[in-house]
Design a binder for this molecule. Sequence first.
Ligand code: KIV
Ligand code: ZN
Length: 520
Amino acid sequence: MTSDRVVIFDTTLRDGEQSPGATMTHFEKLEIAEMLDEMGVDIIEAGFPIASEGDFKAVREIAQRSKNSRICGLSRANFKDIDRCWDAVKHAAKPRIHTFIGTSELHRAIPNLTMDEMAERIHDTVTHARNLCDNVQWSPMDATRTEWDYLCRVVEIAIKAGASTINIPDTVGYTAPRESADLIRRLIETVPGADEVVFATHCHNDLGMATANSLAAVEGGARQIECTINGLGERAGNTALEEVVMAMKTRNDIMPFYTEIDTTKIMAISRRVSTVSGFLVQPNKAIVGKNAFAHESGIHQDGMLKNRENFEIMRPEDVGLTGTSLPLGKHSGRAALRDKMEKLGYDLGDNELKDLFVRFKDLADRKKEVFDEDLIALMRDEAADDQNEHLKVKFLRVICGTEAPQSADLTMLVDGKEQQVTAQGDGPVDATFNAVKSIFPHNARLELYQVHAVTQGTDAQATVSVRMNEDGKIATGQSADTDTVVASAKAYVNALNRLIVRRGQDDVGYDEKSVSYKDA
Ligand code: KIV
Ligand code: ZN
C-alpha cells in the first residue's frame, strides 16, 4: 500500500474510555461518535461489546447512527467475543471486527498457550471473524516486544485467514521512533501478502513518544494511525489525534501524507471529550492546551504583532480557535451568547441555550466579566448536571474561620428526596465532604482533589476535580463556581453519581483464561 493517504482510526470510545475514571455515559458516547464522524474520522472504535451490556448497546447504536465513518468493535480471540462484537457492529453501513491476542512471551503466558497453540487460535478466530464480516482487523498485542520470527509468523497467519488490516500495537509504550519505523518496514518487506493489507500503528505514551512513534511508523509504511482525542487512554494515554494530524499538515514538506480530518473541528471535540471524560487538558498540551496559541511574553507579543509567523507555525483558526474576543457581561443578551458559543465550537439547541443563558446570567451577576473559559466551564457543569441523576446539591452554607472545626450545613436531593445535615471537619472542604458522606454513606476513597482558577482575578471561578475509587472502580467529577467550596461539593457529588452508574457495570478485563475460545 503506497498511497500518501493516512487513515485515522479513533479509539477514544474504547482505549480512551478504558482509562480509569474516564467512563462516559451512553448519550455522551453517541455525541462523541457523531462529532468524530462529522470531523472525518475514517474508523471509530466504538467500544468492546462483550465488556458489558452498556458497551454493547453503545456500539450498536453508534453503528446504527453512523454516517460516513466505519464502525469497529473490539473482541478478544474467542468466538463468543467475536459473535457479540458482530451483533453490535453489523448495523453499521461499514462495519469492522477488531480481534486481538497478546503475542509476546509475557502475554502468551496469560492464556498459557504455546506458540503453536496460539498460532492455531489466531487462524481460527480471524477466519471466524472473516466469515461474519468482510472487514477484519487483527492485532498482536504487545507486538513491539514479540519475538521477530514469531511476529512474522502470526502476522502471515492473520493475513492468510482474511484480516485486511494488521495493527502493530506498542501496548506498553516501549518502542522509539527509529525502531517503530523499522518494525513496520521490515514486516512489509518480509511477510508474504503484507503488501495486500493496511498496516496500522497503535502507540501508548508511557515514554512520551507516542506521537513520534506513530509518525515514524507511517514513514515505515503504516497507513492507519490509531489515536484518541486529547491522547486520552490508560496510564500515560494513547497517541493524540490532534497531534499526528496537525504534524502531518504543518510539516507536509517532510511528511508528505494527508488525512481527511477537518482540523477546524479539533478544539470543539477536544473540549467535549475533556468535559465528558472528566480529564482536564493540561494547559501546555500541544495543539489543544489553553496556552498552545498564547504568546504572553513581551518579546513574543512584539514579534507576533510584527509578523505572526515569527512565533506561530499553525494558525489558531486551523484547529477551530477563533481569535480571542471580548468578554460578555451581565447586559449581554441571548443572541450574543449564542454567537459566542458558536465561535467556541458549540452547536446548541434552543433548550440548551436557554439553560445555559440562566446559568450565564447567574454567573454574570457574581462576576463582572464572563470570559470564554468561564463559558466552557459552565458547559462542563451543565454536562455534569445531566449525570447527577441520584444525588444533587441543593443548599450549602459553611461556617469557617481561624478556630477549628469548621462546619457545613448541607441539603441534598437523594433520588428526589430532600435530606439535610450539619457536619464538622478540618477545614470547609473537609466539613462539606463529611456532610455528603453522612447523607450518602459510601466506602469510596478520595484519590485526588484539585482546584484550578478558570481565569484571573479574585472573582474567578474555581474548577474543582475529584477522583474517587471504590473497590477498583474509579470515577472522576468536576464542577466550577465562584465559590470554591460549592464547586468542591458539586464535584464530589458528580463523582459519586458516576460511581453509582459504574456500580451497575461489570468489567470483563482481559482475562483470557476464563474463555474457551471456540465456545459460541
Ligand atoms: O494497546 C493495545 O495493545 C490495545 C490492543 C487491544 C489493540 O489497545
Ligand atoms: Zn491500546
